[in-house]
Ligand binder design. Structure first.
Ligand code: NFC
Length: 571
């Protein structure tokens, strides 16, 4: 038709949750129209109504098992804000270590297990000379101990067995003959080997949250602090976190720093060298970026100056001005639903989350092709997604590591600026290269490195406080609901691995009267709004050339670079 041929990718895989993407391509296979849809909804905000706000964290944490913990942390912060509860310093350090470990863990999993295969061809790795891979390893990361030709030959043999048995396992269903793959075989073998190393490392890094939170995914949290007690030399509760466990965490933090420095960052730069000509996918990153900030240095101060992760908004691509972000201002953040499967009393009007409404209304548009259960093409002029459309002062925004890094760079944050300059110099690309699919992927790697370093900072802070005799991890002064005002509201925020996350709640007569989550992938995966403005995924796909429409690896590259989480986005 006039809009060109429609390509449908459903489900988009190697992400969390149910995502569908549709694009129209012109006669040159260039994307001229893009549609992102969340295809499943569970209704956590509805389920929370009438419940005890101290329990909310346990429900909202189940929004997602990937960014596990971050919804719970956001929730306890929202309740503490509403009830004016202050947490002890040790709880702040432990919460930060858990949140930073999630950042580092999530970014590692994203790079190797969710995104790498958009750039790395495991079948091509079979053609590699293990000696060449060993030489490459020693060139890009001389201190990584696993670099012998025999080590890479072993991986190659394991891979060969997979292929010969016809069971490619996790490497199945790729477009392995597509000319979009540009790595030489020795680099493919290196990346596949580290895919397996990173898989192994996952089981270590998650122990940090297991020790402090009792289990992972879905560790335990507490309004007023953290639920783990500390026991040093027999002083403190039985079964509490003791020196042996603290030493274990400390050693995992050191190994995380080493793995990121010796494996993740060198691989990222080596792979990027081969793809730096593929500059698609910038979308909203060149114009509209949003970060709430996170990682309070001192406990209980959520002002921008106390947050180690940057807060601010950039609009119209103007890096000379970072706008202040206020989550309590009803003019700043609003959610719209004219293209979402929800009802509002007046759908031309957006709602601030404190007054948000979640009322499902699944209705397909008149131009939808197919029936309600077998949709061949969505109608983007009507409702087409379970994701709402959040806007900041009317703008669709991109959130996530790239947003945080560009906001930090625009603010002159020293650590972030140094990291970005190092990458730009190593790859010999201009600043504008940041605003791309690859820029998003690079920012995630840099942030993992930053997060690992900050885990060490908070671990040292925690140990110093413990050595000074402070074992307190919780404040239960306001545990009794009789001490609460009859009507209050609060907001909590974090920077989840995928971006800015906020929870807004109202408490009436000690129960939750309203609870609204505006989630990173809700921002990025947003459908159109009342004005027809497209969301970040949609914008990033525009004008990309798809070499083979039946093998849309270019679409996957750009969508995966956001690390989408549809379970989160629709909740
Ligand atoms: Ni699920 Fe999420 C949380 C999202 O808020 N989007 O990073 C976080 O999931 O991964």
């Amino acid at each position: 038709d006039d809009a060109g041929r429609r390509v449908v990718v459903d489900p988009v895989t190697r992400i969390e949750g149910h995502m569908r993407c549709e694009v129209n391509i012109d006669e040159d296979n260039i994307i001229r129209n893009a549609i992102s849809s969340g295809t499943m909804w569970r209704g956590l905000e509805v389920i929370l109504k009438g419940r005890d706000p101290r329990d909310a964290w346990a429900f909202v944490q189940r929004i997602c098992g990937v960014c596990t913990g971050t919804h719970a942390l956001t929730s306890v912060r929202a309740v503490e804000d509403a009830l004016n509860i202050k947490i002890p310093e040790n709880a702040n350090s432990i919460r930060n270590i858990m949140q930073l470990s999630l950042q580092a863990h999530d970014h590692l999993v994203h790079f190797y297990h969710l995104h790498a295969l958009d750039w790395v061809n495991p079948v091509n790795a079979l053609k590699a000379d293990p000696n060449a891979t060993s030489a490459l390893q020693q060139q890009i990361s001389p201190s990584h101990p696993k670099s012998s030709p025999g080590y890479f030959r072993d991986t190659q043999n394991r891979l060969k067995k997979f292929v010969e048995s016809g069971q490619l396992g996790p490497f199945k269903n790729g477009y392995w003959t597509n000319p979009a793959y540009l790595l030489p075989p020795e680099a493919d073998l290196l990346a596949v080997t580290h895919y397996l190393e990173a898989l192994d490392f996952q089981k270590d890094i998650m122990k940090i949250r297991t020790v402090f939170g009792g289990k992972d995914p879905h560790p335990n949290w507490l309004v007023g602090g953290v639920p783990c007690a500390i026991n040093i030399d027999g002083v403190g509760a039985v079964g509490a976190v003791n020196m042996e466990r603290l030493n274990l965490i400390s050693s995992i933090i050191d190994r995380t720093i080493t793995f990121i420095d010796q494996v993740y960052i060198p691989d990222l730069l080596a792979i990027a060298q081969f793809y730096k000509g593929w500059m698609y996918g910038g979308g909203l990153s060149g114009t509209s970026l949003l970060a709430y900030g996170d990682i309070p240095d001192k406990a209980n101060d959520y002002s921008a100056s106390n947050l180690l992760m940057p807060r601010g908004a950039i609009i119209n691509g103007d890096l000379s001005k970072v706008h202040e972000v206020d989550l309590t201002d009803p003019e700043q953040i609003k959610e719209f639903v004219p293209h979402s499967w929800y009802s509002y009393p007046d759908e031309a009007v957006g709602l601030h989350p404190w007054d948000g409404i979640t009322e499902p209304n699944y209705k397909i548009g008149p131009n939808t092709k197919g029936d309600r259960t077998h949709i061949q093409e969505l109608d983007e002029a009507a409702k087409y997604s379970w994701i709402k459309a959040p806007r900041w002062r009317g703008h669709a925004m991109e959130v996530g590591p790239l947003a945080r890094y560009v906001v930090g760079y625009a603010q002159g944050n020293k650590e972030i600026t140094e990291q970005i300059n190092f990458v730009l110099k190593t790859l010999d690309v201009p600043v504008s290269a940041l605003f791309s699919t690859l820029g998003r992927t690079a920012a995630r790697g840099l942030e993992a490195q930053w997060a690992a370093g900050k885990m060490r900072y908070f671990m040292d802070k925690l140990m110093a406080n413990i050595k000074a005799g402070d074992l307190t991890t919780a404040n239960v002064e306001r545990w009794d609901p009789d001490t609460w005002p009859s009507s209050v509201k609060g907001v909590g925020f974090t920077e989840a691995p995928r971006g800015a996350l906020g929870h807004w709640l109202k408490i009436e007569d000690t129960k939750i009267a309203n609870y609204q989550c505006v989630v990173p992938t809700t921002w990025n995966g947003s459908p159109r709004d009342e004005q027809g403005n497209i969301g970040a995924f949609e914008a990033a796909l525009m004008n990309t050339k798809v070499e083979r429409p039946k093998e849309p690896v270019e679409i996957l590259r750009t969508l995966h670079s956001f690390d989408p989480c549809l379970a989160c986005s629709t909740h």
